[in-house]
Design a protein around this ligand. Sequence first.
Ligand SMILES: [Zn+2]
Length: 190
Amino acid sequence: MIRVFHAFGKSFFSCNSDLTRLYTFYDHLNIHLLICPYCRAKFNCTFFSSYTRNMITFENGLNTCHTVSITRVICNSCNHTHALLPDHFIPFGSYTLSFILKVLRAYFFGSKTITNLCDFFQISISTLYDWIRLFKEQKHIWLGILNYAVISEVKFIDDILYCSKSVSSFYQITKTSFMQNFKTTLSDSS
Ligand SMILES: [Zn+2]
């Protein structure tokens, strides 16, 4: 798998549609410039295939599932294949990162009860608690003990949504995508 960050600079998360983000991502992506994460060969990837997966977004007040096509490239140096995922995707998860951050922002903002919040976003309470636990764990890893206590959850989420903080830096530290369960990283060999 190749995570492609910063495809559109600071405006990336300010776009309101995850589907538009995905289409724009593929429209602008030059696969021939990629670096193979397995053998580090430069500029030697070409199109290999595509596959479909579900992408759950929150649009116009509704939890919406799209079936989208994901491009897979092959490295012509080592013959490994890699799926290409933009910033707002979480490997092995159907919900987009922007969806999850919207839910968590509403939770930490505290304007809704847990039940109302889950009804509004059409998610289960156990899913919400899984996301809260993972968010706190990964925020702690990302910021360290000192900044974890100083920066509020809402401020931290806003920094990600408005790109003053890039999820690529978390990936560089942990080799795991932000809000990806660490357990699934072990199975990420593509
Ligand atoms: Zn390679």
